[in-house]
Ligand binder design. Structure first.
Ligand code: GDP
Length: 193
């Protein structure tokens, strides 16, 4: 049996997961200010910074254990490229998952999410990527401009998954990552036959 460094032989679940580890590239898309960097930080480190948190490196890493596999997420942030309404094709290359983020308190970001989806579809092979529509800033109930039903309707029309989150409170963020992990794993399974 393989050994963890200097430790006891690995058995059972732990051994199986070590043998089956997949790297998952996940990209964040959406207008400036919707909370992409804040979500990335929550996914990567489970923290929130109130000053705009530009993620300083190319991506953050988060390991997610499912029952019989380990997924090592690389979470890519646009680092401000979205200001020019497009990001380099390299950003999309090899992505297994994409989060299409809008701000529930700014309708124009919801409209723009639909344009981001078009852009994403130009750069990815249908069926090879899990796309999740995310209505962020769910804590701003008073300022809401996009009803949850509209988010759900867009997601079902365009065959996306959908969740409302709050990077501020952390609400739904872990469930979202776990949901993505399950769908990505299914997708990998289908591709490998
Ligand atoms: P990005 O440009 O899409 O990466 O957005 P940022 O992550 O930089 O966030 C833009 C602003 O929105 C910052 O001031 C964040 O603190 C704030 N923000 C991000 N997520 C939330 C959230 O869920 N709720 C609230 N109220 N503010 C948020």
């Amino acid at each position: 049996l393989p050994r963890a460094l200097g430790g006891a032989p690995l058995q059972g679940d732990k051994l199986r997961r070590m043998v089956r580890t997949f790297r998952v590239k996940m990209v964040l898309l959406g207008s400036s200010g919707v909370g992409k960097s804040s979500l990335a930080l929550r996914f990567g480190k489970d923290e929130f910074r109130s000053a705009s948190p530009t993620v300083g490196c190319a991506f953050l890493t988060r390991v997610v254990h499912l029952s019989d596999v380990t997924l090592r997420f690389e979470i890519w942030d646009t680092a401000g490229q979205e200001k020019y309404h497009s990001v380099t094709p390299l950003y999309y290359r090899g992505a297994h998952a994409a989060l299409l983020v809008y701000d529930i308190s700014r309708r124009e970001t919801f409209i723009r999410a639909q344009l981001w989806l078009k852009e994403l579809k130009k750069h990815s092979i249908p069926g090879s990527i899990v796309i999740w529509l995310v209505g962020n800033k769910g804590d701003l109930a008073e300022a809401r401009q996009v009803p949850v039903e509209e988010g759900q309707a867009l997601a079902s029309d365009t065959e996306l998954f959908f969740t409302e989150t709050s990077a501020l409170s952390g609400d739904q963020v872990s469930d979202l990552l776990l949901g993505i992990a399950h769908r990505v794993y299914e997708c990998i399974g289908e591709q490998q036959g």
